[in-house]
Design a binder for this molecule. Structure first.
Ligand SMILES: Cc1ncc(C[n+]2csc(CCOP(=O)(O)OP(=O)(O)O)c2C)c(N)n1
Ligand code: SF4
Ligand SMILES: [Mg+2]
Length: 343
């Protein structure tokens, strides 16, 4: 671990792990948690802090990764950890980074780059805390990473739908019924694209899935190394909320990528780079049909052909009509329309 030359915005230089055999053995999220069997979000916590290393402070907003990880007198966190209010991951990240900087400037603690990571769920981050995250991403003088773990519902309070719940999914707020088969008919927010497009001075935004663990850890390391406020969106299969056998978590993560529903990419200083199977899709590989992903989950068991076709058409649209496929949803203008509109 080295340091950049100036203290002001110094970060730890965390080189990427060159393959799984090069990943460090030390764990900073260990036993002592009570998440469900097959919980991908718990794996994300473990990989996230393993990637960051020991000189790290983790802040976590309310949700499964707070409640199930800090039951009275137990915790899996080996690094300093603090709970923050449900909508406050952005404020907690910024406040902690600013506080550390002030203490170091005043000589009250040793000056060294300390990683600050604030995690939030989709409810806490993409709905309730969106404003605070947005504000934090404009404060380029403070280093912090906000990691949104997206299990696509307010899981901790029994699977209510959030702005990240997929179209048509069965949640406790959207149970399918005889009169109305689909209660939830909104399309999911494009969180990483929104953060990248909306915060020109945020230097790093990425999407990850723990099914691709080394890539995921390397994106965390890149975000922490590049400095300033950064943002990562992780798609996390959740056996309880998505209603599937816990042994399928890894496979569902893969299918989310292979169907093109969840693209893997990073935006560094405005440049988009696709990863893994998403890159292969961009280069022409066929996407798997969305039904292969959806029908493995009980939350879509009420879907009929018409619903599957609609879902497929929306995903096709992401890939075929978005200006930057699966990242930025502005529509391309064909040359004639563009010329007419320019007059
Ligand atoms: C302001 C506020 N409203 C409601 C709650 C109740 N609550 C606790 S956890 C939670 C669900 C959070 O969902 P998400 O952020 O997606 O995290 P997950 O539980 O899915 O891990 C809710 C609604 C709360 N703690 N604070
Ligand atoms: S409900 Fe989902 S996110 Fe919460 S602990 Fe269980 S598997 Fe993990
Ligand atoms: Mg959630």
């Amino acid at each position: 671990m080295a340091e950049t030359t100036t203290f002001t915005n110094a970060t730890q230089i965390l080189e990427p792990f060159r393959g799984v055999k090069k990943v460090t053995l030390e764990e900073y999220f260990t036993s002592g948690h009570r998440t469900c069997q097959g919980c991908e979000s718990a794996l994300v916590m473990k990989l996230m802090v393993k990637a960051a290393g020991p000189r790290t402070i983790v802040l976590g907003s309310t949700g499964c990764m707070y409640v199930a990880n800090t039951t009275y007198y137990t915790t899996p966190w080996v690094v300093p950890w603090m709970h923050t209010q449900l909508g406050s991951s952005g404020s907690a990240a910024l406040g902690t980074a600013a506080g550390l900087k002030a203490l170091m400037r005043k000589g009250k603690m040793k000056a060294e780059p300390i990683n600050v990571i604030a995690f939030c769920g989709d409810g806490g981050g993409a709905d309730m805390g969106l404003g605070a995250i947005s504000a934090t991403l404009t404060h380029k003088e403070y280093n912090s990473l906000i990691l949104l773990y997206d299990n696509e519902s307010y899981a901790n309070t029994d699977i209510q739908l959030s702005g990240m719940t997929p179209y048509g999914a069965h949640t406790t707020f959207s149970p399918p019924g005889k009169a109305k088969r689909l209660i939830h008919t909104r399309w999911k927010k494009n969180m990483a694209g929104m953060m990248a497009a909306g915060h020109p001075e945020c230097r790093y935004v990425a999407t990850v899935c723990a099914s691709y663990a080394v890539e995921m850890m390397n994106k965390v390391r890149r975000a922490l190394t590049i400095g300033g406020p950064t943002f990562i969106h992780s798609l996390d299969p959740c056996p309880k909320g998505w209603d599937y056998d816990p042994m399928l978590s890894h496979e569902l993560g893969e299918l989310a990528i292979e169907t093109g529903i969840f693209p893997l990419y990073e935006v560094e200083d405005g440049r988009v780079k696709y990863y893994g199977k998403t890159k292969a899709i961009v280069e022409g590989r066929a996407r798997k049909p969305v039904r292969e992903y959806l029908l493995k989950q009980g939350r879509f068991a009420h879907f009929i052909e018409e619903d599957l076709a609609y879902f497929q058409a929306k995903v096709d649209e992401m890939w075929q009509t978005w200006e930057i496929p699966a990242v930025v949803p502005f529509k391309r203008l064909d040359a004639t329309t563009a010329a007419l509109e320019a007059r």
